[in-house]
Design a protein around this ligand. Structure first.
Ligand code: PLP
Length: 373
């Protein structure tokens, strides 16, 4: 009691002050410069016009609470992917779902595993739940199933795997993900974060639907922020076994997804032409950018997402930081990767044709090479 009286102000629970606050992709450059934001893996095509219409129409309902269960949206998602709507939970971005899963399944003394260059939200949600984040080595910028399994201890409760991973752009084939799941104790939750799955066109890739449907310890999270172009609305969903759906529904806010998000999400999901166009744009320009930037002498890391890493030399004046400053002056905003343990890389999101050409031109200038754009 006496020691309680010594405390001068409210203290957060253990772990919270160890969190490095998440710093998102920058959105501004020097005043007066036209800006191309290529730092947050947003889609250059923007949202479906049908989603914009649905969003605008939702203005008439701003005084109403949303349907707390987001049933219409869950049914739209279920119909699109052939799922049971009861096994879906929607959230304010997949970030919220990651937080809820960590809150529900982690506590003091527990461990969650993530990989060396994994998405930075995983350590945040882990520490916010009072647990410890164990980071395992990757092999050539790919998650390493054996390394993950070797890191499992009796304290492990969650394994986070972004597939494909941000920022590396690498992915694990379905048989590797299955091997990972089979190597985990049934009491360990495997979270497959498939935020970029709609961009992947590889025969050996699966987002995780099958694995969720056939096991009791796998959850797949998805987002409307990337290919659907609804990042501003904060909308994500997860597909999970019934017992996990029940747990998350008990702790989530009762109205965690807004009416404009629900209605724009339903419309976005129905506009498959828009999604196809976004995928085609990405396929074409991801290839073009990687090839052109490689021709300038930079290593580009192969990616199945809508972004990729560019590696810069360590020589003064030619580093990733120097390149970033050079590009920023031209309104081209990329993402620095120091916080991801990749200080000699910048991450570039695939942009509009105009932005892509400007990036290659500016990088050619920076490298002192002539570009064919
Ligand atoms: C791997 C990964 N997962 C999840 C998210 C979060 O997405 P949302 O906007 O749905 O919260 C991102 C966003 O950058 C991401 O890169």
């Amino acid at each position: 009691m006496a020691s309680e009286n010594m405390v001068k102000r409210p203290e957060p629970q253990r772990g919270v002050l160890e969190i490095e606050p998440y710093v998102g992709g920058r959105a501004s450059a020097e005043r007066g410069t036209r800006i191309f934001k290529l730092s947050a893996n947003e889609t250059p095509l923007g949202p479906s016009p049908r989603a914009k219409e649905a969003f605008a129409a939702a203005a008439d309902k701003l005084h109403l609470y949303p349907d707390g269960g987001a049933l219409g949206l869950r049914e739209a998602i279920a119909a699109r992917y052939g799922l049971n709507a009861d096994r879906i939970v929607c959230g304010a971005g997949s970030d919220e779902l990651l937080h809820l899963l960590a809150q529900a399944y982690l506590g003091e003394g527990d461990e969650a595993i993530t990989t060396e260059h994994g998405f930075l939200v995983y350590p945040i949600v882990t520490k916010a739940a009072g647990a410890t984040c164990v980071t395992v080595k990757e092999t050539a910028l790919h998650a390493d199933v054996d390394a993950i399994l070797d890191a499992v201890t009796p304290k492990t409760k969650i394994v986070f795997l972004a597939n494909p991973n941000n920022p590396t752009g690498s992915y694990l084939p379905a048989d590797e993900v299955r091997r990972l799941q089979q190597g985990l104790r049934p009491g360990i939750l495997l979270i497959l974060d498939a935020a970029y799955s709609e961009y992947v066109s590889r025969n050996d890739y699966e987002a995780g639907i099958e694995l969720v449907a056939t096991s009791e310890n796998v959850v797949m999270t998805r987002t409307f922020s990337k290919i659907y172009g609804l990042a501003a609305l904060r909308l994500g969903w997860m597909y999970a076994p019934a017992h996990i759906v029940d747990v998350v529904n008990r702790i989530r806010g009762p109205f965690n997804v807004s009416i404009p998000a629900i209605e724009a999400g339903i419309a976005a999901m129905a506009d498959t032409d828009h999604v196809d166009a976004a995928r085609q744009h990405n396929d074409k320009w991801l290839r073009w950018l990687s090839e052109e930037i490689s021709k300038l002498g930079y290593e580009t890391v192969p990616s199945v997402g809508n972004f990729f890493l560019i590696r810069f030399p360590k020589e003064q004046g030619r580093t990733a930081k120097d390149a970033d400053a050079f590009l920023m002056k031209r309104g081209l905003i990329l993402r620095q990767m120091t916080s991801y343990g990749l200080p000699d890389c910048l991450r570039l999101s695939v942009g509009s044709e105009e932005a892509n050409r400007l990036v290659v031109k500016a990088l050619a200038e920076f490298a002192g090479v002539k570009a064919a754009v």
